[in-house]
Design a binder for this molecule. Structure first.
Ligand code: AKB
Length: 316
C-alpha cells in the first residue's frame, strides 16, 4: 500500500484531496502536513502533522517516520498573495519544491505529484484555447515559480528518474475553505458575501473571462494523472486541464437564480492586471490523449452544488 505525504494539506485543495486519498489508500496511509492554518475537522480523522516545507529537515523527518513513498506537494503561495509578498512566494514555492525533489532523490521516492497553474502563461501566449506547449512568459512571481517548478520537475525526471507529475490548474471553486489568496477567488467569495449579506464587490471587471474548474474535477485530474501508466506520458509536469470558462457577470447571473436580490458592484484592483495576463480558455488535448482526462462538472451544476452546500453552512 502507498504511503502518501500531502504538504499544504490544510489549504484549499488539500482539505478536499486528503479525504479522497484516504478513502482510496486507507486513513493511516495518508499523512496531512500543514503549517500555519488550522486543519478542517475532516482532516483530523487521520494522521496530521505540522511542518514547514522551507525546512528540509521537517520534510525529511516525516518521510522517515511514516516511510513515505509518494508526496503530493501542494504547499504554495498563489497569485494575489504572491504579488503582495513576492519574496515569501519565492521562498515557499521554490525552496519548498527544491526540498521535496532533493528528498525524493535522496530517499528514492516513487512519485511526486505537484500542481502547476495557468499562471505559467503570460500576455505573450495565445489567450484563447491556450495550448499546453506554448510560450511561457508569466508576469507574476507565482507564475514564474510555477514555470521554474515544472522545469525542475522535468529535470529530476530526466536526470534522476524521479517520477514527477503535475497539471496546470485553472481557477478552482470549492466549498470547504474560504477563498483568500487567488485572482480567481472572486468566484467563490461571491457565494460567501452573497449568502451572508446579499451584496458583493468584485475585484475584477464584469467581462474578465477565465478558465475555471470545480474541486471534484480538480481532485480527479490530479489523482488520474498520478495513476496514469508512465509509458503513456509524453508530458509530465505541465498538463493543461480545463473544464469551463466564464466571466464574473456570467457566474453572478447563474447565482442570481438562487439569490435573486444579490447586488453586485465592480471595483477592479491590482488583481485585474493578473487576470488580464492569463488565458481565457485552455486547450487540454494533451491530458485527454495521454491519460484520458475529461471534466464532468459544468457551470450550472457547480453553482447549484456550491449554493446548496454553502447556504446550508452559512445560514445556520
Ligand atoms: C490563483 O488565482 O492564483 C489560482 C490559480 C489560477 O492558480 N487559483
Amino acid at each position: 500500500m502507498k504511503k502518501i505525504l500531502v504538504t499544504g494539506a490544510f489549504g484549499q485543495i488539500g482539505s478536499e484531496l486528503v479525504p479522497v486519498l484516504r478513502e482510496k489508500y486507507g486513513k493511516e496511509n495518508v499523512i496531512a502536513m500543514g503549517h500555519i492554518t488550522s486543519p478542517t475537522p475532516r482532516l483530523e480523522e487521520g494522521p496530521i502533522v505540522f511542518g514547514d516545507v522551507v525546512h528540509k529537515e521537517d520534510l525529511d523527518k516525516m518521510i522517515r517516520k511514516f516511510d513515505i513513498d509518494t508526496v503530493y506537494h501542494l504547499a504554495a503561495i498563489i497569485s494575489a498573495k504572491g504579488e503582495l509578498n513576492p519574496q515569501i512566494a519565492y521562498k515557499i514555492n521554490m525552496t519548498g519544491l527544491y526540498n521535496v525533489l532533493e528528498l525524493a532523490r535522496e530517499h528514492a521516492l516513487e512519485r511526486i505529484v505537484v500542481p502547476s497553474s495557468m499562471a505559467v502563461f503570460g500576455p505573450d501566449a495565445p489567450q484563447d484555447n491556450t495550448p499546453t506547449d506554448t510560450i511561457l512568459h508569466p508576469t507574476t512571481m507565482y507564475g514564474m515559480t510555477k514555470v521554474a517548478g515544472e522545469l525542475l520537475g522535468s529535470y529530476y525526471f530526466s536526470k534522476y528518474g524521479i517520477d514527477v507529475r503535475g497539471v496546470r490548474y485553472p481557477g478552482i471553486l470549492s466549498s470547504e475553505t474560504p477563498p483568500t489568496a487567488g485572482t480567481t477567488d472572486y468566484a467563490t467569495a461571491v457565494f460567501y458575501d452573497g449568502i451572508r449579506t446579499r451584496k458583493y464587490e468584485c475585484f475584477l471587471k464584469e467581462d474578465t473571462t477565465l478558465p475555471m474548474m470545480y474541486m471534484c474535477d480538480a481532485i480527479k485530474a490530479l489523482m488520474d494523472l498520478a495513476e496514469a501508466p508512465l509509458k503513456n506520458l509524453k508530458h509530465h509536469t505541465d498538463f493543461n486541464v480545463a473544464a469551463m470558462s466564464f466571466s464574473p457577470k456570467e457566474i453572478f447571473t447563474e447565482l442570481k437564480k438562487y439569490l435573486p436580490d444579490l447586488q453586485i458592484s465592480y471595483k477592479p484592483d491590482y488583481r485585474q492586471a493578473i487576470a488580464d495576463s492569463w488565458p481565457r480558455s485552455l486547450d487540454d488535448s494533451a491530458a485527454h490523449e495521454e491519460w484520458g482526462w475529461k471534466h464532468s462538472i459544468d457551470l450550472p451544476t457547480m453553482v447549484k452544488d456550491l449554493y446548496e452546500k454553502l447556504s446550508a453552512r452559512l445560514e445556520k
